[in-house]
Design a protein around this ligand. Structure first.
Ligand code: KG4
Ligand code: ZN
Length: 347
């Protein structure tokens, strides 16, 4: 197939790698024309976590209507598109197959270029969305803080990513969710734990700060979770549990600040610190990171929460960046449940 060097129309983005089914249409210049996210929280809440088979079935059930809706809202038909981008990894394979196959079918039927988007690259490129203002120049530090991912990445250019550090065990969102569960809170536990922590005193429940001060910027949270479990077993009242939530959050924030400072020092001439992922919604986390960025004289770029958590705007935008660079993928591209960012190369 011939390569296209110029993007001629809007781009449809599809996200289905975990438990959000999402679709968006962006104009070729990146203007958001329509976006929708359908969370599957209700389907999974009874199980206390995401059930892959239920997730895949829900994507299959809802994606067609969501795509029809964003195309209608954007006032276009599939024939008007300049390209179709779908998350093709990393993530849960059932959902990836549903979203990528849907996108490929549309691309084939309408003779449009298909882009297989790496979900992590989509998070990494989000701060370059035109609607967010002047984009940070390369290189910048991306802190990916979600339920499934926890890593520090140097974003050095389109297709040029260097993983500086990542978690050795649990992802940071997972640590929030597991600790919340230990404290008797619901799922997902991050926001509930934050609310409980607001009524507690961290000083009354000091907890370990794993890897604090160590070289590099890896993370580890399983020891912290164990410490929460041990103290929770001795908690006798609601105030004890609130103090424990506050102690947990203070430890996480301190560790994150330390790791982020190390990560910045591993990049030559960083221009900004960018956060993505659901945990970026946490006030204590944001405040700690804002302090690190300020001390380094850099802006902290935190996209609005709806663009920090999983969404299809970021997928369409990553597609636009790659289509503009003259890139496209074969419809035979197989979804990849594991797909490290640093294996990508510039188009
Ligand atoms: O990025 P995200 O929506 O989905 C993926 O994991 O891909 O992140 C969800 C995670 C969950 O673990 C949730 O508990 C956590 O983000 N989270 C928070 C807060 N809001 C969401 N963690 C701490 N504080 C919050 N306010
Ligand atoms: Zn994500």
């Amino acid at each position: 197939m011939e390569r296209i060097d110029h993007l001629t129309g809007p781009v449809l983005g599809i996200e289905s790698s975990c438990d959000e089914t999402a679709a968006a249409v962006l104009a070729a210049d990146g203007t958001i024309l329509a976006e929708v996210v359908r969370s599957q929280l209700a389907e999974h809440v009874a199980f206390g976590g995401v059930v892959p088979e239920i997730a895949a079935r829900a994507h299959l059930a809802h994606l067609p209507a969501l795509v029809a809706r964003v195309l209608e809202e954007a006032g276009i038909g599939p024939q008007d598109l300049g390209g179709i981008a779908a998350t093709s990894g990393p993530g849960l394979i059932g959902g990836l197959v549903v979203g990528a196959s849907f996108a490929k079918g549309m691309a084939l039927a309408n003779q449009k270029p298909f882009i297989a988007v790496n979900h992590l690259e989509a998070h990494a490129l989000t701060p370059r969305l035109p609607s967010l203002g002047a984009p940070p120049a390369f290189p910048y530090l991306l802190l990916l803080l979600s339920g499934g991912h926890c890593q520090c990445v140097a974003v050095e250019g389109l297709g040029q990513y260097r993983r500086l550090g990542s978690t050795l065990d649990d992802a940071i969102g997972e640590a929030f969710d597991k600790s919340a569960k230990i404290l008797g809170l619901g799922w997902p536990g991050g926001p509930l734990l934050e609310r409980l922590a607001a009524t507690g005193d961290a000083k009354r429940a000091p907890l370990p700060r794993p890897l604090f001060g160590r070289a590099g910027c890896d993370f580890s949270f399983s020891g912290l979770k164990t410490a929460v479990a041990q103290k929770a077993a001795k908690a006798t009242c609601d105030q004890d549990r609130a103090d424990l939530a506050a102690g947990f959050q203070a430890s996480v924030a301190a560790v994150l600040a330390d790791r982020a400072a190390h990560a910045l020092a591993m990049i030559d001439g960083p221009t900004a610190m960018v956060v993505a992922g659901g945990v970026a919604a946490n006030g204590a986390v944001r405040a700690a990171l804002a302090g690190v960025a300020a001390r380094a004289g850099l802006p902290l770029v935190a996209p609005p929460i709806r663009l920090c958590t999983d969404n299809a705007v970021m997928v369409a935008w990553a597609g636009i960046e790659r289509l503009r660079a003259g890139d496209r993928d074969p419809v035979g591209h197989a979804p990849r449940p594991r797909w490290p960012l640093d294996t990508l190369t510039a188009p």
